[in-house]
Write a protein that binds this ligand. Structure first.
Ligand code: C5P
Length: 229
C-alpha cells in the first residue's frame, strides 16, 4: 500500500544548504518528480536580462512574463534535469554570477511570484513531487505532507557554491560568492511577498557538519514515517 500513497515534499532554506542535492536524491528514491523552483526564478531573470526588461516597470514585467515558457527536460548526456527557456537549454546560463546577482530583486516582484507559484501548483497538483525553494512549505504547498527547512553555516555554504561554480568552469572569489549569498538571504528574507521563512510545521536540518548521505537519510526517515501513517 505504501507505493500508492503519494505526497508532496517541500524543501526550503537558504542557498548552498544542499537543498537541490537532497531533493534530487529523495525524488529519485521515491520515483517522484523533482522541481527546482530557484531555476524558474533564474530563468525569468535571464530572460529579463536578455531583453533588457526594466524591473521597475510593471507593464514591461507583465508583458515579458507572458512571453516566457519554462520547462524541465532530462538530459541523457549528463543525466541531469535541464531548464528549458522558450525551447532553449539555459541550464548553464542561469547559474552564472550575473544571474545570481539579479535573481533576488526579480524574485521579490509580486507579478513574477504570482505567475511562477501558479505554475508550481499545477506541477504538484497530482502529488508525487519534491520541490525545493524558499516559499514551498509556506506559500506554494502549505498543505505539503512533509516540509523541511535547511540551514548551514555561511562559510560552508560559500565553499559549496564555489565548488559548484568551479565544476561549471566559473572561477570566483570566496568574498564575492559569500557576499552574493548574504545579499540574497537578506532580500529573500525581507521581501514583502512570501519572504523566506521556516513554516511552523517544517523540520529544520542543519547541514553544516553532516554528509549529503546523512541529509538524505534524515529526510527519507521522515518521509517513510509520514507515508506509513
Ligand atoms: O535556489 P536558488 O539559489 O537557485 O534560487 C535563486 C533565487 O531564486 C533565490 O535567491 C530567491 O531569490 C529566488 N527563489 C525564490 N523562491 C523560490 C525559489 C527561489 O524567491 N521558491
Amino acid at each position: 500500500m505504501l507505493d500508492n500513497k503519494k505526497i508532496n515534499i517541500a524543501i526550503d532554506g537558504y542557498s548552498g544548504c544542499g537543498k537541490s542535492t537532497t531533493a534530487k536524491a529523495v525524488a529519485s528514491k521515491m520515483g517522484y518528480t523533482y522541481i527546482d523552483t530557484g531555476a524558474m526564478y533564474r530563468a525569468v531573470t535571464l530572460y529579463f536580462q536578455q531583453k533588457n526588461v526594466n524591473i521597475s516597470n510593471l507593464e514591461e514585467v507583465e508583458t515579458a512574463l507572458r512571453q516566457i515558457e519554462i520547462r524541465f527536460k532530462f538530459d541523457t548526456v549528463d543525466q541531469k534535469l535541464h531548464t528549458i527557456l522558450n525551447g532553449i537549454d539555459v541550464e548553464n546560463l542561469i547559474r552564472t554570477p550575473e544571474v545570481a546577482a539579479m535573481v533576488s530583486p526579480v524574485a521579490a516582484l509580486s507579478a513574477v511570484r504570482k505567475e511562477l507559484v501558479a505554475q508550481q501548483r499545477i506541477m504538484g497538483m497530482d502529488k508525487g513531487v519534491v520541490m525545493d525553494g524558499r516559499d514551498i512549505g509556506t506559500v506554494v504547498f502549505p498543505d505539503a505532507e512533509c516540509k523541511f527547512f535547511l540551514v548551514a553555516d555561511i562559510d560552508i555554504r560559500t565553499e559549496r557554491r564555489i565548488k559548484e561554480l568551479a565544476l561549471m568552469g566559473i572561477d570566483t572569489s570566496f568574498e564575492d560568492v559569500k557576499s552574493n549569498l548574504l545579499v540574497r538571504d537578506n532580500i529573500d528574507s525581507h521581501r514583502e511577498d512570501s519572504p523566506l521563512r521556516k513554516a511552523e510545521d517544517a523540520i529544520e536540518i542543519d547541514t553544516s557538519y553532516i554528509s549529503i548521505q546523512e541529509q538524505i537519510e534524515q529526510v527519507m526517515e521522515v518521509v517513510r514515517e509520514v507515508i506509513a501513517r
